[in-house]
Unconditional design. Sequence first.
Length: 212
Amino acid sequence: MKVNQAELVISAAKQDQFPGTMIPEVALSGRSNVGKSSFINTLINRKGLARTSQRPGKTQTLNFYIINDRFHFVDVPGYGYAKVSKAERAAWGKTLELYFSSREQLNGVVQLIDSRHKPSEDDILMYDWLKHHGHKVVLIATKCDKIPRGKWAKSKKQISGDLNRDPSDPLIMFSSETGQGKEEAWREIKDLLFAKQPDQESADRSEPDAND
């Protein structure tokens, strides 16, 4: 995917702040510090569009980024950070539940998991919750440059087993440092975004600059 335009539309703290446009969306979810900001910046070839919080777990908004005036990436608050109060977690949870359960524009979710470690309890609960709500999920195993390539298969097996992964949900080894998995991630994300728009996808394939 060639990205010509990317910008933050709004940081929404509640449902009535979500953009009203009907363009398709993909949400990005994961533990705090899993590398969501680096993932977004790598995909769009921009170093500073998505920024890492100086206080992990304290981001309380859903950040809507518009890409090529055609779709949104929605960076949702990171989960699993112990220093966040129960009251804050409850407030985020209500907004997130409304988003994931009722957002008509949401076509799927990218869930990021650190490839260096087994999935956390929060990773497992989040995946189960997304599947309970019927979402298609692309699993991204981040920071794979930090482990030997010979251990990638073991990492994927661990993640798949612990999550009881739906075989239809792709699992991609990814590194923001090397670009590993970038093209594969884009292919799967485009499938999420435009599976319901075959005519538009045909037009994309006919454009000479549609892909890297």
